[in-house]
Design a protein around this ligand. Structure first.
Ligand code: GLU
Length: 491
């Protein structure tokens, strides 16, 4: 059996997005499932579209997803280099071979001439495409032009007759008429190869067995097949997973939530959620179930399960799934992951002390079950950290303005100060007894006390919250509310 070798081949021309990371996940799962290799190849041959920082995003996205590559830019491998920009002599060699065997030719047409040509074709309602002017040049003319340094590209000579067919493992047999292709460029005037040429040369030399890539490349596959044939190489297996659409059925865009992959990291989704969620974006495990560990995905993944219809990116499902993984995750880990958000919001210092850390952990323990994403941590926990938390206005009007409340809070503060104990049970008892003294019960007691100590109308269990806040903070908050209420009474 052949050894499976797959490659993720991003171009650093923009941020890693969900679409290309889905290909990376499929590549990785297939390689792991088959005990093969996952290769990272950077397709950086389009110098004009190079985006500063894009490369780092790709590395970071793979690191975050925990899909390490077996061969690639950092650690190298037997088929390197893995940056296409470092392989120019390799492409030049094969381009020369194609020229020598008559399957490719130099073209010296200027962009002005090509634009003229195109205008004429459009005016005459002819198909547009290169008109092969330079194919008519004699070898001497070509030599003379090259010697004089006339800018040149190399074009592949498409056999215009007949058809090119290929088998896509997801979509079945696909056939294109060759006359629909024109003599496309394989080496540009700057000496860099085009995507088409570089990718087939590398996929062959790197012994790639399965090319998993976006649907947009289907129409280029005949070009690739023709080049494989001209070079006498066997093509890899083609796999074009389905398009990913937004929930409304239109092309996935910013409107549907983050499209830049690392935005999901910044929003606070967990990598295991992303792995699970992305694996199901166009692949079906054949079971009526949505939650899979990475090991289960590896065990089940197969190309047969890739679906042949567009799939929708469902943000609410992602939120649900993340909530599940957040609840399952270890508290220490979730706390660790929440810290940057808490620091950013100014709730804890950059280098927290051990006491601050254990306080943060106790706080997170109370909200872990309610969080959908890590970035909700500051909003959910702010009142644990800010002495001067802002009272929810409606709640304040509703619960703190009642006659008995000032006395209730004084009574409660007195009880808590006087009690040696400070536990969930002792707090519950103190609140109940203070309520009884005021002849107030249930919500009439709980809500005002919650407002006073948390400034909010809702949150984790009141007594658990008070216990975590600690005696000093609880007293401080009760006194703060008492102060405000007695002042307003004096007015
Ligand atoms: N560099 C191409 C892209 O980013 C790769 C396509 C492929 O996987 O062949 O779209």
């Amino acid at each position: 059996m052949e050894r499976v070798r797959v490659r993720f081949a991003p171009s650093p021309t923009g941020f890693a997005h969900i679409g290309n990371m889905r290909n990376a996940v499929f590549d990785w799962l297939l390689a792991k499932h088959a005990g093969g290799e996952f290769i990272l190849r950077i397709e950086d041959t389009d110098r004009a579209r190079y985006v500063e920082g894009a490369l780092e995003e790709i590395f970071e996205a793979l690191r975050w997803l925990e899909t390490p590559y077996d061969e690639g830019p950092v650690q190298g491998g037997p088929f390197g280099p893995y940056f296409q920009s470092e392989r120019l002599d390799i492409y030049a060699k094969y381009a020369k071979q194609l020229v020598e065997q008559g399957d490719a030719y130099y073209c010296f047409c200027t962009s002005e001439r090509l634009a003229e040509m195109r205008k004429g074709q459009e005016a005459r309602k002819e198909p547009t495409g290169y008109d092969r002017t330079c194919l008519k040049l004699s070898p001497e003319e070509v030599e003379a032009n090259l010697a004089a340094g006339v800018p040149a590209v190399i074009r592949f000579k498409v056999p215009y007759k007949g058809e090119t067919a290929f088998c896509d493992l997801v979509r079945g047999e696909i056939t294109f008429r060759n006359e629909l292709l024109d003599d496309f460029v394989i080496i540009k005037s700057d000496g860099y190869p085009t995507y088409h040429f570089a990718s087939i040369v590398d996929d062959h030399l790197m012994q790639i067995t399965h090319v998993i890539r976006s649907e947009e490349w289907i129409s280029s596959t005949p070009k690739h097949m023709l080049m494989y044939a001209a070079l006498g190489w066997n093509p890899p297996k083609w796999v074009h997973p389905p398009l990913i659409l937004g929930q409304d059925g239109s092309k996935l865009s910013k409107r549907h939530g983050a499209v830049r992959f690392l935005d999901y990291k910044e929003k606070g989704y967990l990598p295991e959620t992303m792995m699970n969620f992305i694996a199901l974006l166009g692949w079906s495990p054949g079971e009526d179930r949505e939650l899979f560990t990475t090991e289960e995905l590896i065990e089940r993944f197969s190309i047969d399960g890739i679906v042949n219809h567009p799939v929708k990116f469902d943000l609410s499902k992602l939120d649900w799934m993340n909530g599940v993984y957040m609840r399952q995750a270890d508290l220490g880990r979730i706390t660790e992951l929440c810290l940057p958000y808490l620091t950013e919001a100014g709730l804890i210092p950059e280098n927290p002390s051990p006491e601050e850390l254990s306080y943060a952990k106790a706080v997170i323990a109370l909200v872990q079950d309610r969080m959908k994403v890590l970035s909700e941590a500051p909003e959910l926990t702010e009142f644990f950290f800010r002495e001067d938390c802002r009272y929810d206005e409606k709640g304040m009007k509703k619960w703190l303005s009642r006659d008995y409340v000032l006395e209730l809070l004084r009574n409660l503060a007195g009880r808590i100060e006087a009690s040696a104990e400070f536990t969930i049970e002792s707090l519950e008892e103190a609140v109940r007894m203070a309520g009884e003294d005021m002849d107030a019960h249930g919500g009439q007691v709980i809500h005002p006390v919650r407002m006073a100590v948390t400034c909010r109308t809702a949150g984790p269990g009141l007594f658990e919250t008070m216990e975590v806040l600690g005696r000093a903070r609880v007293i401080q908050r009760l006194n703060r509310a008492i102060g405000i209420l007695s002042e307003s009474r004096d007015d």
